[in-house]
Design a protein around this ligand. Structure first.
Ligand SMILES: Cc1ncc(COP(=O)(O)O)c(CN[C@@H](CCC(=O)O)C(=O)O)c1O
Length: 401
């Protein structure tokens, strides 16, 4: 008898498992609107031209494959902090930012969770309701308690701002508040600048610690600076902040696993101590991060021409998704005779649209229409082409009514 007899089969991941089911579907009508991964109008994966350029340069240079330091590639860490905060941000000049390259957004979140568990064992993390499917797994496995703050209002298909503020206010002082920097996943609903000011007020009043998850910088609006507004607002107020970053979407480096955890501290010398303890946590977790993606980011950001080309390609990707969003809205508005107001689709931003379809309706989308999506009603517009919008609209209308 095997020693592993007691090991049960794990359920498929609510997001990544959708792609597995999609691959198994033989229908040529099938559409993968599950995983948040950019596709072209031809529904093909996309390697940015600027990434290919950087990789050709790197190949010509014939670079080494030695271990990186635990904290990652120094040129990447400099570039990623400057992209997030702005190169001329005083906190960078004053050495107040601890930055560690880590295994993309997920690895950065997990490393920060381990730090919180070790140095703030009494604190809990507040996460939005709903939020990205893996956030709860990360904090559960890091043994960090969490609770939810209201975020999505099904009645208005918008932000429950009063509920959000009330729940953040009611949380024990010194809680960590997990915030999506831009392009909230799965709702696509972001606070307005005025609402971000109010969120900063209540977090400051309650001495909470803001913890931003920035997985879509530049991908939401097409502008790196615009999408960093919320983080820069909190830093400008002198608040200490955690920020996890990812280059999976905005630079298309999904499987390179390139991201960073940044901790903005409010006193000199503290950042060095925080960085040293993040390194101490990373070493037994994965020792040191992969070099390839870090070099691509450092090369792209370090070369003004390539940096410019990247910004153009980001605008193109964000632009394609905006066009698809508009076309889906148009198709639904023309086809649906029920009088339902679909304008929420246009008010949402980033890769996703939170349709309001419940689990049974989402199942119908898959079982009858071969449209693959997450069971919380989220569809990834990045996996949709203009050509398929009419078909998707038919599927949504059929599933809703
Ligand atoms: C808010 C948020 N944070 C972090 C991540 C982690 O991305 P990394 O690739 O680890 O940097 C994602 C990716 N969420 C996408 C992609 C698939 C997934 O990992 O769930 C999604 O929600 O479909 C995300 O949406």
């Amino acid at each position: 008898v095997s020693r592993f007899e007691g090991v049960p089969m794990a359920p498929p991941d609510p997001i990544l498992g959708v792609s597995e089911a999609f691959k198994a579907d033989k229908s040529d009508l099938k559409l993968n609107l599950g995983v948040g991964a950019y596709r072209t109008e031809e529904l093909q994966p996309y390697v940015l031209n600027v990434v290919k350029k950087a990789e050709n340069l790197m190949l010509e240079k014939g670079e080494y494959k030695e271990y990186l330091p635990i904290e990652g590639l120094a040129a990447f860490n400099k570039a990623t902090a400057e992209l997030l905060l702005g190169a001329d941000n005083p906190v960078i000049k004053q050495g107040l930012v601890a930055t560690l390259q880590s295994l993309s957004g997920t690895g950065s979140l997990r490393l920060a969770a381990a730090f919180i568990q070790r140095y703030f064992p009494e604190a809990k993390v507040l996460i939005s309701s709903p939020t990205w499917g893996n956030h709860k797994n990360i904090f559960n496995d890091a043994r960090v308690p969490w609770s939810e703050y209201r975020y999505y209002d099904p009645k208005t298909v918008g932000l429950d701002f009063e509920g959000m503020i009330a729940d953040i206010e009611a949380a024990p002082e010194g809680s960590f508040v997990l915030l999506h920097g831009c392009a909230h996943n799965p709702t696509g609903i972001d606070p307005t600048p005025e609402q971000w000011e109010k969120i900063a007020d209540v977090i400051q009043e309650k001495k909470h610690m803001p913890f931003f998850d920035v997985a879509y910088q530049g991908f939401a609006s097409g502008s790196l600076d615009e999408d960093a507004f919320s983080v820069r607002l909190f830093v400008k107020r002198g608040m200490e902040v955690f920020v996890a970053q990812s280059y999976s979407k905005n630079l298309g480096l999904y499987s390179e696993r390139i991201g960073a955890i940044n901790v903005v501290c409010s006193a000199p010398g503290v950042a060095d101590r925080v960085k040293s303890q993040l390194k101490r946590l990373a070493r037994p977790m994965y020792s040191n991060p992969p070099i390839h993606g870090a070099r691509i980011v450092a090369n792209v950001v370090g070369d003004p021409t390539m940096f410019g080309e990247w910004k153009q390609e980001m605008e193109q990707m964000a632009g394609r998704i905006k066009n698809v969003r508009q076309k889906l809205y148009d198709s639904l508005s023309v086809k649906d005779k029920s009088g339902k107001d679909w304008s929420f689709i246009l008010r949402q931003i980033g890769m996703f649209s939170y349709t309001g379809l419940n689990k049974a309706q989402s199942d119908n989308m898959t079982d009858k229409w071969h449209v693959y999506m997450t069971k919380d009603g989220r569809i990834s517009l990045a996996g949709l082409s203009l050509a398929k919008c009419d078909y998707l609209a038919d599927a949504i209308i059929d599933s809703f009514h």
